[in-house]
Ligand binder design. Sequence first.
Ligand code: GLN
Length: 248
Amino acid sequence: MCRHAAWLGAPRALASLIHEPEHGLLRQSYAPRLQRYGTVNADGYGMGWYDSAHPEPVRYRRAVPAWTDANLPALARVARSHCLLAAVRSATVGMPVEETATAPFTDGRWLLSHNGRVSRDAVGDLAGDLPDGAESSCDSAWLAAAVFLRLRAGLPLGDALAGVVAHAGAKDPGARLNLLACDGASLAATVWGDTLFLRHDDGSGAGGGSGGGVLVASEPLDGRPGWQAVPERSLLLVSSGGVHVQPI
Ligand code: GLN
């Protein structure tokens, strides 16, 4: 299982997800604490963020361990946004290790990451020509393509995620389908086979911010109180209107 994390709230740096917290994604790339499948996340990493001048996010990803990229700490310190998403990857057996298989995937204003695995047969019928629409043969890229297709058709973010997860989960009972996505104004995440945590952050103390917001992560980024587990088989929605959890 890979690990992913996101922030929606007052602008803060990507380092607040990766380098600054004691158990941020950098640490989780070599020493995750709650990972159920795989031991390290060394097959690549990626991050995405929004700039107020453009609706499309900036996306940066590499197919190398996060700790080997000497440019990353400085970049993550200055890349600031009200909406951030980052991930570190442990490739599923049989999946390619390449940049195009690395989250976050993006299309238009959306970013998406996947923790888990799924049979590509369970996703293939979600769209006519998914292999052509996906940028990699990786299962996560297929899931991303299926979600993006629904988003481009006008479905709300949460509905697109929950629909793809319910369909793929029914076709592949062994699938693990924790998705995390954002559009610059809201976050949505599914819990299906792996952990997900949420924390309301007032911006004080660790975390590098000077204003409040919501952190979402596969596992807590630090030892502060307030991390809540999101229940299995649910959809989490975070926006300026608040936080909602509903069953899938
Ligand atoms: N199956 C995806 C991949 O191979 C995600 C892997 C994971 O969550 N560890 O990249």
